[in-house]
Write a protein that binds this ligand. Sequence first.
Ligand code: NAD
Length: 695
Amino acid sequence: MSAEYQVNGSVAVITLNNPPVNGLGLATRTAAVDGIRKALADDSVKAIVITGAGKAFSGGADIKEFNSPKALTEPTLHTLINVAEGSTKPVVAAIHSVCMGGGLELALGCNYRVAMPGAQIALPEVKLGLLPGAGGTQRLPRVLGLEMALNMIVSGTPVMSDKLAGTALFDEVFAADANLIDSAVAFANKVADVRPLPRVRDRSVDYPNHEAFLQFSRNTVKAMAGPFPAPLECVETVAASVTKKFEDGLKFERERFLHLIQTPESKALRHAFFAERVASKVPDVPSDTPTRAIKKAAIIGAGTMGGGIAMNFANAGIPVVLVETKQEALDKGLATIRKNYENTMKKGKLTAEKFEQRVGLITGTLSYDEIADADIVIEAVFEEMSVKESVFRKLDSVMKPGAILASNTSTLDLNKIASFTNRPQDVVGTHFFSPANVMKLLEIVRGEKTGKDVLATTLALSKKLRKTGVVSGVCDGFIGNRMIEQYSRQAGFLLDEGCLPEQVDKAIEKFGFAMGPFRMGDLAGNDIGWAIRKRRYIESPQMTYSKNADLLCEMGRFGQKTGGGWYDYKAGDRKAYPSQEVNDMIVKHSADLGVERRKISDQEIIERLVYSLVNEGARILDEGIAMRASDIDMVYLTGYGFPVFRGGPMFYADQVGLSNVLMAMEKYAKGRHGDAWAPAPLMVKLAAEGKGFNG
Ligand code: NAD
């Protein structure tokens, strides 16, 4: 049973009960339809109340049924709404807390709606690249008016029920201290004999000169929707509520919904939605694994990363102590944090009170003794094993038993770091991305000996810090940086063969990346990659790179911070201007290599950059460094600016078809540095089986 049936005097109360948010799955729909039919058959029942148990009226479609035939099994959501709307006894939706998507569409099919204040009302389908497909686009404008309904449907943003009091959406919004069920039953008794039964579908949408408003909406939405088709489709279907008869509007809505569900953009958004949810699940770490309490944190190193990481803790209300070796570095780190918060306050995104609160939660010290009682300590010192070693030996000697010892290393061997302590089970990698107070991604590095409770605690902490935690095994660069290295190598080879930085950046930005590799290098600092390559030249001499990036650094062009990198920059301006000096250097380097520069198509640029990510991603998956392909996609969507509408590199490869990807790779394998294109065995295997990374 996922809806309960009770009779309260002459009112039947049907309570949807499908935790956590009463998703309208098949069992719930069936129980609700049965409930209405039972009430209709019972002569003692004069009216029906539909409500939700626990935290919600209903959050809408059951996400467990997405992409499953169950969603289309009778009674469908349409059938349930039709049964409610066709009832010969009044049906009252009694709404509290969450009423979204299909939940709101069901409420709109009821004769009356009553609500508690503070209920969140939304049709958020657009966020998954869809539109409300069960009458929402036709019924909501009939109760809220064209303009307000259009705003809600195009944005998907929730509006509080109290803000909607006085509209025809609600017949009554009760006082905050009212009992919802008692009040709803009283309301149902009051309207039990009112005939004809009011139905939203019988109302009309009146908007003088609606064409002008709709045209204005089309123009505005088109300009804001980017590559996503759904927002404009939302406008068109809402428009149908004014221009078409109700039944024709419903038909049109259905047709556009079925179109959107097939679009690659919606598929990508739905993939990302599920990928985010599944990323926190680790098969051998069950959800009831005990976690450790995190009430106090410490960070070693108040540099670029340490400061940003500390802000995350303060934002989550957790006190945090920064440790530095010198007072000067500590003062600088604390001043930067203060300045960051001040800037946020100036933008009106932080109140003075919150500013004081957050700054007050961050303190500094030069002594490890002051952090001994912290529940977690995150090391963010220089990326050198010897420095990490001295820090971890020290932490092992001072930290209380049970404290989590985390490292923010981007490339170093976490198992080795753990071996510097006598408690490797307490050591975990927490790889934040820069700027750490902004970027969503947190790669959680699971060492060979990391305890399950430590992993569970770190995953829970990532949620508390509002990060997307993705678990990675130990390897050089973990998931994200290991893949990006292959992408950067290809970007470099493209320069050797005939491209200039702006051509490469433009092509991949047109594909949808937030920033091309060269603009990105200038932003992050080209010296970081230089240091990594210098290490590689010694440790992995077989790995080849274009020398252009080294030549650039030898010229002192580290990027924006030195006023020039792959591009030129003007003081106080982040805009990248093509650099004649750099372009000459690139052309000369090709000549020095004896390479005849050729015209390279945007398609080749995109394929070489994206497929190099995919191929390395496949190895990472095969080696078990990533648990699932969708985790790799999450890393790229939340940490590397991969276009959301393409769903991440592995999902994108699935859409292209792995055999097509392999075919393109074979072609590039015949070119310069062909060895970079040795296909990952997993990809070859999956392609032969006609499968994708995501099944
Ligand atoms: P940074 O040079 O900006 O800061 C390091 C800080 O650590 C300095 O302030 C230094 O004084 C301090 N420090 C050094 N030794 C110390 C010690 N023994 N005790 C206390 N403090 C000490 O470096 P960063 O960019 O913040 O990088 C820190 C770590 O984060 C590195 O492991 C790096 O690989 C990793 N990381 C960096 C980025 C990035 O984009 N900068 C991104 C992800 C991860």
